[in-house]
Design a protein around this ligand. Sequence first.
Ligand code: GTP
Ligand code: MG
Length: 601
Amino acid sequence: MALFQKKSDQRQKSGQPEAKSAAANVAIAPNAVALFNCITGELQTLARDVILVGGDAGCHLLLTGYGVLGSHCRIVRTKTGVRLERAVPEARVYVDGNPEHTLELLATDRMFSLQIGAHHFFMLGIGQDGITRLQTLDVNNWSYIEKKTSEPKQPVGPFKLKELLELPGIEKLSRDNTILFLSGASVGFRLSQFFGNKKGDSDQAFTGEFQCPRCWLRFDLTDMLYIATHPELHGDDVLKDEMKRFRPRQFVNGRPVDEKGVPCSETACPHCRGKLPHGYHELPVHIFSIVGISSAGKSYYLALLIHHLKRFLFRTFNISLMDADGGENRVLNEMITQLIGAATPDEARLQKTTVQGITYKNFQRFGREVLLPQPFVYTARSQKSPASTSLLIFYDNAGEHFLPDQGEHTETTEHMAYCRTLFFLFDPVRHREFHSLIKDVQDPQVQKAWRENRRTFVQDTVLGEMQRRMQVASNTSAANKSDKPLAIIVGKYDLWEHLLPETELRTDIIVGGKLNLACVEHNSRKVRELMLEHCPDIVGCADAISDQVLYFPVSAFGSHAVEIKTKTDMGPDPEKLKPKFLEIPTVWALSRLMPEAIPSA
Ligand SMILES: Nc1nc2c(ncn2[C@@H]2O[C@H](COP(=O)(O)OP(=O)(O)OP(=O)(O)O)[C@@H](O)[C@H]2O)c(=O)[nH]1
Ligand SMILES: [Mg+2]
């Protein structure tokens, strides 16, 4: 149901002066989806639960012309925003410059650019404020900014769209990296969305030899930026607190030099301008990302894992695990030092991971600022098999990001689409049935957990959401299972050891210098039996995600958590910190990724 339809061309025909926006005085339906046509200035508010979009007569948003199918896509209103679903895989829908399959948009007052065929919209979900913002937009006020080079760039404009697209030299600009936007809009379109890609341009930055470990856009080696070295070149045009990024023009002895003539070796992504790990374009990259609800134990697990993995890999397989960039790994290294060097639980306690916290940083993605998790990058160098040397990238996720209503934060979890193994850290404390089995264990979180927000206790929902995010990010069908193995790490083993004593588990994890798969599989069967009995929701969900599911018992602490002095939080007792089975899931995953360096039998 379109509540407003008034076209700027109709006004022009009737001789009226052009209004600043054709959308003024729109009647606003509560809880509607608003679509602002960036070419005509038409604003529609569609108050339906499901809006059918396409060229067929029955569609609620009727669009015709090149690239629009009879039934093209659906815009579905959800409790928190809208979801976009393509009707068929060949229907092209671009949101914020990305080709999308299905997309959950937390749309309250958040503007998205939407392209369907040759139609360009700004779309908003629910909310009066956002609609007021749309009403102030002027379709005759387009500007552009080319984001490809490191030189200071100001938006160029304003122009009418037709004038802009006919500007002399416009055809020389990068169609992927030139963003067109209306004054006052927080998002824009790529030039390619109006022109099509010229030969050699990537398809919406989704092709290119390399992929940034931060923003996940692709680029070619020739587009890679360098980072200035001279101290006076501090203050990048976009990342203000960082050294300048630049496209090299001058070289000395084959090395690029910055504008002060100093040789540079550090590189940056041409899209988000984040620093690229050393060796990124030379070595294979393996991504490790642990999913789990808030307080599952992800941060402690990651920090202690890195510390122990270094020792385990070197002792067992002669693999050195080293910081690829100490500066970029600083936050995680500080967490490790804090834990290992602590004398009291107060000193050992780690902060909860939040998007505002230190493991997330602001970066540009498609012309808007987003918080992206910091990749912690390590080089795994095998003495036995130098050709297997790889970069391992770890992320410390915030648990909240995997709640289904966090649609607007999907960039923060996009890295998961590129993991070759999925890791889910199950928290036994925050599962109703499992909790009842351990409720007498003397660990303060066991008592405290039950009084906390119960919404976070739906771990199978988070597991399902992990799969959905991956499918969305990798544009794969919801009907298919993942072809990736799934590791269900049942954490805090110290709390549930009595349910599955160590005597029932095998500990011959390494036999003859090889990972003993029989031991891994035996322990997995044992944990699965326990989970099937008490947490069939988790086992059912895991089976639906992947055909290759393994269960791992793990305790990061190896002992119960203890309260800190103020009794406001808890952490490990440093004197009893003795992780159990900590490295096994990662070593198992690595044995599949680097079989020459980590053989298994
Ligand atoms: N008993 C026990 N408690 C643990 C273990 N690992 C973590 N914890 C406790 O679990 C709680 C949450 O740990 P975090 O590592 O901060 O959890 P997280 O998953 O990173 O949580 P968010 O950052 O909120 O997503 C803390 O109170 C820890 O003391 C463990 O191996 N055993
Ligand atoms: Mg955390």
